[in-house]
Design a protein around this ligand. Structure first.
Ligand code: GLC
Length: 399
C-alpha cells in the first residue's frame, strides 16, 4: 500500500473518543493515552485533510490544563487502565512537553481559517505560555528550565546524563528509575518548579527553548489576528528575549547546546539539539551553512545511511541498536526530529537536503513500517508499532 495512504489510515485507527473528547493515541500497544507534542504533530498533519479532527485534538489536549496554566504531557483518559507511565497524580502527568501548541493551532487556522476556533483556544494558549515564562524562568534570565528529561520529549537522551549523574552506558531500567525519582521529588516539592524542583534537575534545553521561540511567534500571529495587542506584544517580546538569551548562553563553537546549573554549564554531548534551532531560524545564514555541511551531512557524526542520528556516532553514549525494548533517544532516528530538521532546512533554502530527509523518512516507513524509532545504520524498526507521528511524512511535501 502507498505509505501516505497508510499514514492517514493509521491516524484514523489510533483515534479515540472519551468523555466527549476526541484525540489520537501515539500507539495502541505502548502508548494508549494522549501525549502533548504527539497531539500537536497529529493536529498539524490532520490540518491538511480533516480540520475538524485537528481542532478536536487541540481541544482535548487543552481540556486538562492546570489552573496555573500548565498543560500536562500525558492525559490518562481511560480510567481503570493501569498507568504504565507513572508520571503524575490523578488523570494527568505533572510534567509538560515541548510547547508545540501555538504552532499547531496557527497551522490549523492557516490551512482552514476559523476565527471562532482561535478565539476559543487563545486564552488557554496565552495562559500556558505565561506559565512557562513566569514559572520556568523565575529569575528573568529568558531561558526556560525543564524539570525532567521527559519534558524535552527525548526521555533518555544522553544530553541529560551529566545532570542525572548517569553513565554513558546506563541501562534503560536504571535510567527510567532516575527519571521516576524526579517525579517523586516533584510530588514532594508540591509541584513547585521554580523554588524546589530546580534543586534536582533544571536544564535549559536548546530544542525546548528553540521550539518555544517559534511557538511564541505563532502565538503572536494568533494574537495579532484576533487584535489582542497585549498578547501580541507579550509573545513577540519573549520570543526575541529567549532567542537573544540562547545566543548569549547556549551558543558555542558554531552550535547551540543545552545547559545546566546557575552558571549555565554547557552539556557538551553532541545531539540533534544542534539542529533544532534551525526550525526557529536562530542561526545566521553563514552559521547554518557550516552547521549543515560539517555536522548534519557528516557520515561520521549525524548523517547515517537511514536518516539523521539523534546523537553523534562519535559519542560514547551512541547506541544504534537502541535498548533491548527498542526505545531509545541515544542515537536512533525519530520522525519528529526529522520533521523539525526538514522544516529548518526549508527555512534556510536547503531544498535538496530537505527533500533528502523526506526521501529517507519515506524509505524507512516502507522498509520497517510505522515504528517508534529506527536503527540509523540498518533501518531496522525499534520500539512501538503503529506509531502515529510517523505520519509526519505527510507534512514533508514542500521544497
Ligand atoms: C516516548 C517519546 C516521547 C513521546 C511518547 C509518546 O516516550 O520519547 O517523545 O511523546 O513516547 O509517543
Amino acid at each position: 500500500m502507498n505509505i501516505l495512504l497508510e499514514a492517514r489510515r493509521l491516524l484514523e485507527k489510533n483515534r479515540r473518543i472519551t468523555g466527549g473528547y476526541q484525540y489520537t493515541i501515539p500507539s495502541e500497544e505502548h502508548y494508549p493515552y494522549q501525549w502533548l507534542w504527539d497531539s500537536c504533530f497529529h493536529a498539524i498533519i490532520l490540518a491538511q485533510f480533516d480540520p475538524e479532527a485537528a481542532r478536536a485534538e487541540m481541544r482535548s489536549l487543552l481540556s486538562k490544563q492546570f489552573e496555573g496554566g500548565m498543560v500536562p504531557h500525558i492525559i490518562y483518559w481511560m480510567p481503570g487502565i493501569l498507568h504504565l507511565f507513572r508520571w503524575g497524580v490523578e488523570g494527568t502527568s505533572s510534567l509538560t512537553q515541548p510547547p508545540m501548541l501555538a504552532y499547531a493551532v496557527w497551522e490549523i487556522h492557516r490551512r482552514n481559517p476559523d476565527r471562532a476556533f482561535l478565539e476559543s483556544v487563545y486564552p488557554s494558549l496565552l495562559l500556558y505560555y505565561r506559565f512557562l515564562i513566569e514559572k520556568r524562568d523565575p529569575r528573568d534570565h529568558h531561558l526556560i528550565g525543564i524539570i525532567n528529561p521527559d519534558e524535552s520529549g527525548e526521555d533518555n537522551s544522553p544530553r541529560f546524563d551529566a545532570p542525572l549523574f548517569a553513565a554513558p552506558d546506563i541501562s534503560y531500567k536504571e535510567h527510567l528509575a532516575l527519571r521516576t525519582k524526579l517525579v517523586d521529588e516533584n510530588t514532594a516539592c508540591n509541584f513547585d518548579a521554580e523554588l524546589c524542583m530546580r534543586n534536582y534537575f533544571w536544564v535549559k534545553d536548546a530544542p525546548f527553548n528553540a521550539i518555544l521561540v517559534e511557538n511564541l511567534r505563532a502565538l503572536g500571529h494568533i494574537a495579532s489576528f484576533l487584535k489582542h495587542n497585549d498578547g501580541e506584544h507579550f509573545a513577540n517580546l519573549h520570543a526575541e528575549l529567549i532567542a537573544s538569551a540562547m545566543r548569549e548562553r547556549l551558543f558555542e563553537n558554531g552550535a547551540y547546546w543545552s545547559a545546566t546549573g546557575a552558571d549555565y554549564q554547557l552539556l557538551t554531548v553532541a545531539t540533534w539539539a544542534h539542529f533544532a534551532p534551525l526550525f526557529a531560524g536562530l542561526y545566521s545564514v553563514g552559521e547554518a551553512e557550516t552547521l549543515v555541511r560539517t555536522h548534519l551531512l557528516d557520515p561520521d557524526t549525524f548523517y547515517a545511511p537511514f536518516g539523521i542520528r539523534t546523537v553523534s556516532k562519535k559519542e560514547k553514549s551512541y547506541r544504534a541498536e537502541g535498548y533491548t525494548n527498542g526505545f531509545s533517544w541515544r542515537g536512533s532516528v525519530w520522525m519528529a526530529p526529522h520533521w523539525f530538521i526538514y522544516r529548518g532546512l526549508l527555512r534556510y533554502g536547503y531544498n535538496t537536503e530537505a527533500a533528502n530527509i523526506r526521501e529517507k523518512s519515506v524509505a524507512l516507513l516502507e522498509k520497517s513500517g510505522f515504528r517508534e524509532c529506527f536503527n540509523p545504520e540498518t533501518g531496522e524498526g525499534q520500539g512501538a508499532q503503529g506509531f502515529t507521528w510517523g505520519a509526519l511524512v505527510l507534512d514533508m511535501n514542500e521544497g
